[in-house]
Design a protein around this ligand. Structure first.
Ligand code: 89Y
Length: 341
């Protein structure tokens, strides 16, 4: 069995789960870690039996490029472009966490840099791989609710997200990049591409720099009107973090993805209920269950592509369309206007 070797760039909060996700796939092995503070890299290396740690990316890449199959960039968004460029310059396949970059121009440049260097470029966009989202898509494809005309995709929470990821507090653009990149991608996954978008934003938590509420109304090319809402300022009777709740209405019925992965399908004949629990893994943090579980499926999809078995869903090129929506949402909110694509 060929073992695919990779380096991890960035060993913060998310990397432990990303590595645990890779461990579930038997033919991959991390061989080197980079982090700007070496101590964190060393601590994670100890856990994953990784010999080489660096606080200088160039050193890592220069010493290991020849044996690496890919790099997995798990740093904060501001460093994605620079690390992608460095890896691509060494001819390495790049996997990069979402959101791809803080701007449309930078995202486009990242895709073009990888294309020019003839290296594969993938975005680790995992929400569309969540078990309930996959199941919802499957049910929609059966056609039970007929022609769809309206949808609501909602990620509204009061979870103390900054405790685990304090750097999110400092982002000038917060929720549309952090969560919008996920839920707008889910909307594309379920309903196809958008033809127009309008967005309102608000900052409710004054301790943070960016917006923590965004309401985006999309007109999809197939006519569906899709309302995508996101908030980290929502005080709800039932906290839903980190679940995306979805309602889709069609001419023959309605499908709802509700709390705890419950799916309700209502037609004129009545309501049928099913569930789609995420696959559990011992390393998952129960507070992030559905997200952590989807890391494995996203990694598998990308690895299958690296192995030449099938196309990955979340290539850089595909994810550019999600980034287009993210940046259009900011522009729409700033200029209070509908953006047409
Ligand atoms: O960073 C975010 C993500 O990708 O999923 C949830 C999260 O950890 C906090 O918003």
């Amino acid at each position: 069995m060929r073992i695919y070797k990779f380096a991890v760039l960035g060993t913060g909060f998310w990397s432990g789960y990303q590595l645990a996700g890779w461990n579930e796939l038997k033919n991959v092995k991390p061989i080197a870690f980079y982090n700007r503070s070496l101590d964190k890299a060393k601590a994670l290396a100890l856990k994953h039996d990784v010999e080489f740690v660096y606080d200088n990316v160039d050193e890592l890449l220069d010493q290991h490029a020849a044996e690496l199959d890919f790099v997995d960039i798990i740093t904060d968004v501001n460093t994605h472009a620079i690390f992608t460029k460095k890896a691509a310059a060494r001819g390495l396949t790049v996997i990069c966490q979402k959101p791809m970059s803080p701007s449309w121009e930078t995202s486009l440049a990242m895709v073009e840099t990888c294309k020019a260097a003839n290296v594969q470029f993938y975005i680790h966009e995992n929400f569309r791989f969540q078990a309930p989202v996959r199941k919802l898509k499957e049910i929609l494809e059966y056609g039970v609710i007929g022609k769809m005309f309206k949808a609501n995709v909602a990620f509204c929470s009061g979870f103390p997200v900054f405790d685990n990821q304090p750097f999110l507090k400092d982002l000038e653009q917060f929720i549309i990049t952090d969560i919008g990149s996920h839920v707008l991608d889910i909307s594309r996954f379920l309903f196809g591409e958008a033809e127009s978008l309008y967005c309102h934003t608000a900052r409710i938590n004054l301790d943070i720099r960016g917006e923590d509420v965004a309401n985006v109304l999309l007109r999809m090319k197939n006519g569906i009107s899709c309302f995508v809402e996101m908030s980290y300022a929502t005080i709800a009777e039932q906290e839903s973090f980190p679940q995306t709740l979805i309602t889709v209405e069609g001419e023959k019925g309605t499908i709802q993805l509700l709390h705890n992965y419950m799916i309700k399908i209502t037609t004129r004949k009545g309501t049928v209920i099913t569930t789609a629990d995420p696959k559990p893994y011992p390393w998952m943090d129960p507070e992030y269950a559905v997200v952590h579980s989807s890391i494995v499926d996203c990694n598998r999809n990308i690895l299958d592509s690296i192995m030449g078995k099938k196309h990955a869903e979340t290539t850089g090129k595909d994810n550019l369309e999600t980034m287009r929506l993210v940046q259009a949402a900011y522009q729409s909110a700033r200029e209070n206007k509908v953006i047409h694509f």
